[in-house]
Design a protein around this ligand. Structure first.
Ligand SMILES: Cc1cc2nc3c(=O)[nH]c(=O)nc-3n(C[C@H](O)[C@H](O)[C@H](O)COP(=O)(O)OP(=O)(O)OC[C@H]3O[C@@H](n4cnc5c(N)ncnc54)[C@H](O)[C@@H]3O)c2cc1C
Length: 473
């Protein structure tokens, strides 16, 4: 099994050391579902089905934040460029830019700052291993459906909405279920009941118990072990497909910021993603596999995407005459590339000041540095401040919040102007909090406020829509 701890290193957990002698396992859910393999007729009906199984669930299945009547649509990868090479020494993640041909989505108005959602799929090799464990390798591509078990007593029981009327086991595991979700205690207890080895069974049951909370905390919540890791550890655990459908949540689409101006290219858009070398995520792993296929030019490579509802984090005609303070860390620069390209294309109308602060680990990890410098030279950017957390050059600030504090006086003057909007984009609540703390200190320094007053100032800026954040959790 290839789980969360993935290909890089074998999973090492002493299951005896994580098994209690006295515990009461969580009560497992009643088993309500069963898998029924279908007739040849069911198979022939599927000729017109979408390859992405969640799209065969009918109109009742909603896609989160889908804009208007847009549905997930297959678009083609036109180009894929590595913008930043991965570097283990500085823990720099590879950063990739994908250009997508979005003609299949039809006419679609978007502004810089808007996002699209990408439908992920679980990696084929992980699915193949799981099918083997479920003893379904031979039926992996046979059509089946989920139905309520004959002995199901629960009145409210139903087949989850993200499971299509018919699908193959491979499709269900590839497109519908989140195999890397945090296993709930009832799930652990259910897995224990499918485990023949007594030590492994006790480990899972103990982990599901109230008494095993500390082990649950360290192994599941902190170390992030998921179903696949547990199956690697417990080699005699053999759950059924119905049990997985019952316990695993839906595989949900992930948002990505559009990194270009709509005026730059018709029926195309760019997204930028970073990929972790260790414990790479589901969607980013899928994107990397597709990038590789595109590179080999074996076939036209497609992704399922849909436009998401916009929010206040966007740069539209209304913002042209105002000022923008843009603050980004790492790939958080992606939406601002769209803002700046858009401003450049509206140079006569976009008369406000734009200041950009960006943090990266190393100079070579700064996304599109040459383009940023060109925008500064062309006065699209009135101020460009860059910093590097792993590249020490004497007194130079390492973090964006330090850059902000260096500029406190001028920054606060700009913040005070009625048309100024501050935009922050970073991956993770921790970085966003550090930036907020930096802004608070700027206000304290610039306006001689105490901490409470500066906090209130930021709160009011937020309420007036002058402080907008995009936090990528
Ligand atoms: C409004 C919005 C806009 C976003 N725009 C972008 C964008 O333009 N570019 C972009 O790369 N991401 C963006 N994200 C984040 C993106 O949606 C995914 O969360 C991210 O790509 C990881 O997805 P995954 O399915 O590969 O990881 P999962 O399988 O969901 O991974 C589980 C967890 O691992 C961590 N993780 C995995 N990969 C990474 C990574 N590369 N960096 C940091 N942590 C990671 C995260 O904590 C994640 O929750 C955005 C998020 C939001 C909410």
């Amino acid at each position: 099994m290839v789980g969360v701890e993935h290909i890089n290193a074998p999973l090492v957990v002493d299951i005896d050391a994580h098994t209690l002698t006295e515990y009461v396992p969580a009560k497992p859910l009643e088993s309500n579902l069963e898998v029924v393999f279908g007739s040849a007729e069911q198979g022939s009906l599927r000729a017109r089905f979408e390859p992405c199984a969640q799209l065969n669930c009918g109109n009742t299945l909603k896609f989160p934040f889908a804009r208007g009547a847009y549905k997930p649509t297959a678009v083609t990868i036109k180009d894929a460029q590595v913008l930043v090479a991965a570097d283990a020494a500085t823990e720099t993640k590879r950063v990739v830019e994908l250009t997508l041909d979005t003609a299949a989505l039809g006419q679609w108005d978007y502004a810089p700052g808007d996002t699209v959602a990408i439908l992920p799929s679980n990696a084929p090799q992980i699915v193949a291993q799981l099918l083997q464990r479920l003893n379904l390798s031979e039926q992996a591509d046979s059509v089946c459906h989920l139905s309520l078990a004959l002995n199901c007593a629960k009145k409210s029981a139903k087949v989850p909405g993200h499971i299509p009327a018919t699908a193959t086991p491979r499709e269900l595991l590839t497109h519908c279920l989140s195999l890397h979700a945090v296993p709930q205690k009832q799930f652990l207890s259910a897995l224990a009941s499918c485990t023949s080895d007594s030590k492994e069974r006790s480990f899972l049951a103990s982990l599901s118990s109230k008494q095993g909370a500390a082990h649950y905390q360290t192994l599941i919540l902190e170390r992030g072990l998921c179903l696949l890791d547990l199956l690697e550890l417990c080699t005699t655990c053999q759950p059924t497909l119905a049990l997985l459908v019952e316990h695993l949540p839906r595989l949900l689409p992930r948002p990505y910021s559009i990194a270009n101006s709509p005026l730059e290219c018709s029926q195309q858009l760019r997204i930028i993603y970073s990929i972790r070398a260790n414990k790479a995520g589901v969607t980013t792993s899928m994107l990397e596999a597709k990038r590789e296929l595109h590179r080999e030019k074996q076939q036209s490579v497609q992704l399922y995407i849909y436009p998401r509802e916009p929010n206040a984090f966007r740069y539209t005609d209304q913002e042209f005459s105002g000022n923008q303070i843009l603050i980004a860390v790492g790939t958080g620069l992606a939406p601002f590339l769209g803002f700046l390209a858009h401003k450049q294309l509206h140079k006569e109308l976009a008369t406000g000041q734009t200041w950009l602060y960006v943090g990266a680990k190393m100079p070579q990890a700064m996304v599109k540095q040459q383009q940023l410098l060109a925008w500064q030279k062309a006065s699209i950017l009135q101020s460009l401040r860059l910093c590097y957390s792993r590249h020490s050059t004497g007194e130079q600030p390492k973090y964006v919040q330090q850059l902000l504090e260096q500029d406190a006086q001028q920054l606060v003057e700009l913040m005070q102007q009625p048309t100024t909007v501050l935009y922050v984009c970073a991956d993770g609540a921790k970085i966003t909090k550090c930036i907020e703390d930096g802004l608070r200190r700027c206000l304290q320094l610039g306006l001689k406020l105490d901490e409470m007053e500066a906090t209130q100032w930021l709160k009011e800026m937020r309420a007036k829509g002058k402080y907008r954040e995009d936090i990528w959790l």
